[in-house]
Each structure stands twice: as C-alpha cells, then as structure tokens.
Design a binder for this molecule. Structure first.
Ligand code: F6R
Length: 236
C-alpha cells in the first residue's frame, strides 16, 4: 500500500512500476482497465518511450452488444488510451465473438495460452467491483456475462454524456484477475475513500469484490484523497 500526494504523483508512481515490469519482462502480459483513474498513468507511460512491441494487452471488460465503432466501446477506449500510444502489437480482446459465451471461452483459452497474466492494472469501482465483477462475487467467478448494478450504471454514465449505459457486460473473471502474478490497484479521489477502507479492512467478502485482492500479490496505490487512514490487512 502506498499513499501518494495526488492523482498526478500516483500516475507517475504507477508508470514507474509498469515501466519496471516491462523492462524486466519485455513480453509482459497486462490486464488493462479503462475508466477514469488509469488514464493519467497511461498518458505518463506513453511519454516514457518504452518498447512495448512485445507486450500483450488483455482487455478487462466490455459492454454487451456494443460494437467497436460505438463511442462507448471499452475496447475503443483501451485502444486509444493504451494500445496505440504505447505501440502495443498483441492484444487479447473480450467480446469480439458474436456469441457472448463463445467470446468468454475464447478469451479464457487465449489468456491460458499466454500462461496467464503477469500484471493487472485495475481501478476500484464505487461498489468495490473489479472489472465488472459486481457484488456479490466470489474469488472463483469465471469470465462471463454480468448485469450491471445501479452503482455501476451511475458511475459509468459519467463516461458517455447523453448516451445510455448498456445494462449488461462481459467481464474477465475474478479468477483471471486474482491469478495475475502482480496486481496494481489505482485508487484516486475522496469518493473512493469509504469503499477502499472496506476493501482493506473487511475480511474478504463477496459484498466487496476488491477485498479478494487481500489474498493476491497486490500493490495498492491511493492518493491522499482516497486514503482515509484505513489500516490495511494483508496488503503489502
Ligand atoms: C474499467 C473497469 C472498472 C473501473 C472502475 C473504476 O475497465 O473495469 O472496474 O476500473 O469502475 O472506474 P473509474 O476509474 O472511472 O473510477
């Protein structure tokens, strides 16, 4: 757990950690969150001139029934913010098959073919979700179709202006996330303070999916606004 002064310092620190991981393993596989929080980190990373040509970027989640040309496509957001600026050449997509169950199966086998995820870069949902693993969610939840909770519909509405938020999505399973060899959870802003404290303090519970990170190799990077002084349990 590291508490950084503000969102800018957090982004620099996160870019340091991701950059170090990439230098150490040029063929790194990275699970890539979209959402507002990691955007400054990705922008900072892109400034650093790293060679990401052997990195594989793995999509974390996608709305169901949203094509890649739709402005709400999370793949489109990941491509614009991470894949293109960093010059990434290999990607594992989620949701690019017409049948959602087939898309999940294909995704799981492509992740397995990579020998799993080296690094997961995640944001924290307002209800404790990771990807779209909404409460209630156990640690073994597979990659699947989910229905978004009201809290996630509300937070995602901030991304798309007047466009409606799709009510269903595909998400990387909690099993995929938790098996990542390293996880960096980025948390910024006072609106995340209560849920971060719950994720850190409560014994792992399906009510706060992010609390399962306590049992994984997780580094939490929080800015001061998000840090309420909660005492971490098992986080390094
Ligand atoms: C996005 C995602 C979500 C977000 C979370 C936090 O791909 O999977 O779990 O990381 O909702 O979103 P922000 O960063 O916008 O607060």
């Amino acid at each position: 757990m590291e508490v950084l002064g503000d969102a800018e310092v957090l982004a620099e620190r996160a870019a340091d950690l991701i950059g170090d991981a990439l230098r150490e393993k040029p063929n790194l596989s990275v699970l890539v969150a979209t959402g507002h929080t990691p955007m400054a980190t990705y922008a900072e990373l892109a400034l650093r001139g790293l060679d990401a040509s052997r990195l594989t970027a793995v999509q974390l989640d996608e709305y169901l029934g949203v094509g890649e040309d739709d402005p709400r496509s999370l793949w489109g957001w990941m491509r614009r913010s991470f894949v293109e600026p960093l010059g990434v050449k290999q990607v594992v997509r989620l949701g690019d098959a017409p049948d959602p169950d087939e898309a999940c199966r294909r995704y799981e086998s492509e992740v397995a073919a990579l020998s799993g995820i080296d690094l997961a870069v995640l944001g924290l949902g307002p209800n404790g979700h990771l990807g779209f693993n909404e409460p209630l969610c156990g640690p073994g939840a597979r990659t699947r179709v989910v229905t978004l909770t009201p809290a996630s519909l509300a937070s995602n509405a901030a991304y798309w202006g007047d466009l409606p938020v799709p009510s269903r999505a595909l998400t990387a399973g909690m099993d995929v996330i938790l098996s990542a060899r390293r996880i960096i959870l980025l948390v910024s802003g006072s609106h995340k303070r209560d849920i971060l404290a719950r994720a850190l303090r409560e014994p792992p519970t399906p009510e706060v999916p992010a609390s399962w990170l306590q049992g994984a190799n997780t580094t939490v990077l929080a800015d001061r606004a998000a840090w309420g002084g909660a005492q971490g349990r098992a986080f390094p």
